[in-house]
Every structure is written in structure tokens, then in C-alpha cells.
Design a protein around this ligand. Sequence first.
Ligand SMILES: [Zn+2]
Length: 130
Amino acid sequence: MLFKQITMNNEIEKRICPYCGVEFIPKRSNQTFCNSACRTAHHNKRNNAKRKELAKLFKPIEKQYYALLELLNGEKEVTVHKEYLRGIGVNFSLFTHIHYNKTINKNCYALHTVHYYKVDKEHYKICTND
Ligand SMILES: [Zn+2]
């Protein structure tokens, strides 16, 4: 059934498509866009913007996570000098959560499954155990 909204002034309701700006007569009461192509384009544009924002947030975390994994090279733990870590771009204020390490009874900085903590003034231990 074709829907035609009649306005108070006895005119057929017209709407403006938020994507292309063209005026159209809605075929359904809940129609926002002039056609399905505009609806899809509008949602793609919005989702692409969201994806880009999320990438900005997660790229540095992802990079650091893989840098730490590479240092571990399959081992459960490795001790590394802080300057070496800085040299490969490790940012000590970047982590996803605090991990409580039961083996040492200490909180560690964690990125997903990899965590690290300071062992002395110069060194950090990176681990995946516990
Ligand atoms: Zn349109």
C-alpha cells in the first residue's frame, strides 16, 4: 500500500534526503532517505568514520603489543633494558589494563596477553606466564 502523508495545509508531505539533499515524497511513514542507495551511502560514510576513529585508538596499542610479542620470541618471559624498549618505540604509559601477576604478587601493565613490570631501575620484565 502506498503511503502519502498529508500535512495540516492539505499538501502531500515532502522530505529532504539527509544524504543528497533532494526533496522527495516518502513512500513509507518511516522513510528518511530518498532511496536505498542514499541510505546505504549514508551508513557507509558514518561507519567508515567510526572505523577510522577506532583505528587511531587501536593502532598504537596493536603496534606495541606485537613489538612486545616479538621480544618474547616464543619465551614466557624476557628481561629487557628500558632504553632498548624506548628505542623500539615502547610507550610506558600505553597499556590496555592492569594485570595482577600472582607469581610475583605485583600489578603489571598489560597489553592483551602480554604484561610487563619494572624489575630494577634499568630493566623491565616482559611476560605472558601467570
Ligand atoms: Zn538522497
